[in-house]
Design a protein around this ligand. Sequence first.
Ligand SMILES: [Zn+2]
Length: 176
Amino acid sequence: MVREKDFDIPFSGLKLGTHQFDFDIVESFFELFENSEVKKATLKVAIKLNKKATLLDLEFDISGNVELSCDTCADLYLQDLNEQFNLIVKFSDLVESTESDEIIILSTREHTLSLAKSIYEFIHLSLPSKRSHADEEECNQDMLENIRQFEIKEQTEKEDVEIDPRWASLKNIKHK
Ligand SMILES: [Zn+2]
């Protein structure tokens, strides 16, 4: 079982310059978060941290695959991911400092950077808007056939409605 703490970087002891951190992301990582869309994945997150005098500059490289549900046939499939993200960590004790996906503000008294939440968010930002098997031939053919049958049935029912005058008048009411 992984813990959020496993993704902490104690940065205060690091020398100025670039440091490399590699994390393996597996199933149990997503159990740290409620309602994660991703449940299964095999990912590598390579982080290049550049420590500067006043800030930390991080480059995330996320690669591997996640299990998603196909939009076309609803079966699970493995989606390759290969995405890069940047994160800047600034230091301030002002309450009004604003954070975003790309900027984290830490107190000047902080010594540790927690990256679990950023890794989680970046993985979800990497997910494609269209999710499907690379080729429709890989789709669940039985399911595709069911969907086709269902669409034919729906189409026939629609035509019935148009033919039946009682339904036709109801339809007019609905459109008013
Ligand atoms: Zn499919």
